[in-house]
Design a protein around this ligand. Structure first.
Ligand SMILES: C[S@@+](CC[C@H](N)C(=O)[O-])C[C@H]1O[C@@H](n2cnc3c(N)ncnc32)[C@H](O)[C@@H]1O
Length: 267
């Protein structure tokens, strides 16, 4: 798939829909686009802290490509801050929400599978946030994504990943259910079943609301830091930093998330 350069696209979504390769990867977004903005905060200290982290790496108005941009939960505040943002997502429904949420109309987007990323422009920052990299269900697809990121980085560019700590799922020896608040009249139940051999978690999001019951499965394939580092090296990248949060707090075994910064080896 090809992502178009921002200046060619205005605030419209490109492409007529996901390619065959992206078809499977669009399922999550297509099923959750209408409720997604109730699931995660769209503003607040965590987002401010992410912007401050990126600003220290490459200040606005740097160009920024977000993989799995979704409804623009992060892209909209990043664009407001002054970044020139292009988002890629497999789900047209998510991108439609993104453009509804983008008051300035400055964010551009492409419907594409980011495991087959081909860009026409290179970016100062490539951001893959909120565990989205782990939504690629095999090592092969994750390597393919990293290869695309390598080619998408401008000279001196950085790629930034936000993932959960694999330990959080790997330690679950039996199926676990977590209850989350969705809205005054809706409930979210996440059932998580881990396959340790495959380093993968099947998360079934069940939404109970006025519209009835909806089940959305999501496969998350986690990579331990050592494997991530090797995958990066195989694709001409190198990890230059890893922290427990956007505030650059140090990693520990119980850390909830990993923030990883990657550069091109030839940078
Ligand atoms: C967890 S959401 C994150 C959205 C946004 N980055 C955020 O932080 O709120 C993951 C997004 O990635 C998209 N996605 C998942 N797999 C994808 C793939 N292979 N190619 C393109 N987009 C994908 C989904 O449609 C969804 O919008």
């Amino acid at each position: 798939m090809t992502t178009e350069a921002p200046q060619q696209t205005g605030n419209r979504t490109n492409g007529s829909g996901p390619s065959e390769g992206a078809a499977g990867s669009s399922a999550y977004g297509e099923a959750l686009a209408d409720v997604y903005d109730s699931l995660y905060p769209t503003s607040g200290p965590a987002i401010d802290s992410m912007i401050a982290f990126l600003e220290e790496l490459r200040p606005a108005p740097a160009s920024l490509l977000e993989l799995g941009v979704g409804t623009g939960r992060l892209a909209v505040p990043l664009a407001k801050h002054g970044y020139r943002v292009h988002g890629v997502d497999a789900s047209p429904a998510m991108l439609a929400k993104l453009h509804e949420n983008d008051p300035t109309g400055g964010i551009t987007s492409s419907v594409a599978d980011f495991s087959e990323l081909v860009v026409q422009e290179r970016y100062d920052i490539v951001l893959t946030a909120l565990n989205t990299f782990f939504m690629l269900p095999t090592q092969e697809l994750q390597i393919s994504c990293l290869r695309g990121i390598h080619d998408a980085l401008a000279d001196g560019g950085v790629a930034v990943f936000e993932t959960y700590n694999p330990q959080n799922y790997h330690r679950l020896s039996e199926a676990t259910t977590q209850i989350g608040h969705l809205a005054a009249d809706a409930l979210l139940l996440d059932t998580i079943q881990v396959n340790r051999q495959l380093q993968s978690a099947l998360v079934v999001h069940t939404i109970l609301g006025p519209g009835g019951l909806r089940k959305v499965p999501e496969v998350s394939r986690y990579a331990w830091p050592a494997e991530f580092d090797v995958m990066a090296r195989l694709t001409g990248l190198r990890v230059t930093g890893r922290w427990a949060g956007w505030d650059r707090s140090p990693l520990s075994e119980m850390t909830e998330k990993h923030i990883v910064v990657v550069e091109r080896q030839d940078a």
